[in-house]
Design a protein around this ligand. Sequence first.
Ligand code: BGC
Length: 366
Amino acid sequence: MRTGLFVLAAAGLLATGSVAACGGDSGSDSGSSGSSSAGKVGVILPDTKTSARWATADARFLKEVFENAGVEADIQNAQGDKTQFQTIAEGMISSGVKVLMIVNLDSGTGKAVLNQARNAGIYTIDYDRLTLNGGADYYVSFDNVKVGELQGQGLVDCLTAKNYTKPVVAELNGAPTDNNATLFKQGYDSVLAPKYARGTFDKGPDQSVPDWDNAQAGTIFEQMLTLNKNIKGVLAANDGLGNAAIAVLKKNKLNGQVPVTGQDATVQGLQNILAGDQCMTVYKAIKKESDAAAELAIALAKGQQPTTATGTVTDPQSGEDVPSVLLTPVSITKDNVKDVIADGFVTPEELCTGEFAKACTDAGIS
Ligand code: BGC
């Protein structure tokens, strides 16, 4: 972290909050609209297909916080394309952003962008995914090992409830290029490994899904099931992968009999839970995550020393400690789907459509 670069802003400078917002109409991409109080922030999100969150939650929440703070923000999505990711970053850097926040598509391309930003004197934030050996100034995410532990425990609970003897468990892991997927796996394997060791569960196929590609997940799981008809539980690393597995199970009339896990509390995942086809999901309060990241970015854009990144995460490749904010994930089953609604993350209108209306009422959602 380059604390030396922080400007000890004068009181007047700190108090201003709306200058940049006034310039919003003139196009967020070009120039810094003459704001003297805060620099511009660039945000690059990864895609819109690997999880609904990137399309429906993060951008919306981030935009809201920046607007309320009167800080100009350019929020773009790389649509899963590494070249586009790089192009967007170069555009933001040359447009003079003061802070760059990224969700990398892999650590290699993420690191290249972070290096370019650093060379241009721009502060950097890893949002949700740590860029290995990337040297970002800050990192904001959830306790991702904990996410995995909740998934592992959720599957154990569902399988125990089914009373299966030595059920075969298949693992559909996230992208091998996403450090989060490594952490999720670390978490669920820590719960499942003792079960395998004791012979309570049987370890089945275990495969990563490149780029979290939901379609590929379907193909991979179909092959798993063809080769091992006895699969009784699926540890799927997010709701998208889980839904791909559920579609295959449905084709084989096995949905509901084979518990499947998930993550992200997407509308689809919650509906699968209500239908009895998905065992659990993990709710990560994206609003809190985006608030925390935007808050850091706003302080940096205003030349202030952030005070909120009180934790640290050690980058396993560089060995460096990255100042971090890590939030706590929550396990969601049919019993507490209503908590996701109460938190305002999903609305009853989105969730309780057509065939799900009755299940919603049964789950105490109106
Ligand atoms: C995120 C998850 C998301 C996955 C696929 C992970 O890095 O933490 O929330 O489901 O990427 O986009």
